[in-house]
Write a protein that binds this ligand. Sequence first.
Ligand SMILES: [Zn+2]
Length: 313
Amino acid sequence: MNKTRWQKGLGFVISALISLLIIIGWHNYSTAQNPPLTLETASLSLEKLATGVYALISDTDYPPTNENIAICNAGIIIGDNGVLVIDPFHNEALGNLLLSEVKKLTDLPIKYVVNTHFHFDHTGGNKAIKTQAIPIVGRGTIREDMLARNLQYDPNPSPPDLVVTDDSKIWLGDREIQLKAVEGHSGGTDIIAYIPDANVLFTGDILFNKRFPFIADGNIKKWQRTLFSLRRNYQDSTFVPGHGKITDKSSLLALNNYLHKLEWMALEWKKLGLSEEEAINSAEHIPDIYQKYRFKALYPSNLKTAYQQITMQ
Ligand SMILES: [Zn+2]
């Protein structure tokens, strides 16, 4: 049967409409699957600490509900002739988000990126930095640790290309940034960054604020000594922790008290002769004063580390 011209025209209009609906539907679907990355969707807020000193503060719990929610905090320090960025989050997309936030704040180039330690949640975003050919600074065994130990979460790590072994300084024109090597959280790769003219200290994961810390790669006793000396040396500084809100030295004491409590429990287990399993089962209830802490998923592994580092010694 021959179709009339009218029928053919109607067929074309209907098939065009169907195609349009499919395209709109797919667009909505893909937008719902991958919403555009913004500070809000990444659970980040930009906070100004002093002239040219900013932090991007993550509000998530752990683990986050999707891969493009930032887990750690980042820093942006703007000097006279360039910018230094601290910890570009855990993947390339979040690293690029950080770069675009810097562009909104200044026309100056990013001259350095600092990784405060080797863990993937602070270094996975290095991929975005490498494509810009910006030098990444880390400490000690950070390259070896990233390449050997981050693969589960970051299969293709981009380790720093400038490795320091001790305290160092970076100048952005007249603005000084002191990098200090500290011990306790991540086996010889911890760096803290202090900006004297702003009295702001970016601590990396030497400080968790109202979150259970990740301590499996750390040393509980060395970490306590570091927290003690930071309290003495940075009495009135503003602290940007690796995780949690901006704070003051009271958070150093709170974390030190938590590590001390772990140590005390581990010595009790030793006195009672408990096995690791018995010890962890006996302590699985989170003490009341820490009930409001986030990162509760890390508490059982904190007990395990305390057992291995203290009970078994
Ligand atoms: Zn971290």
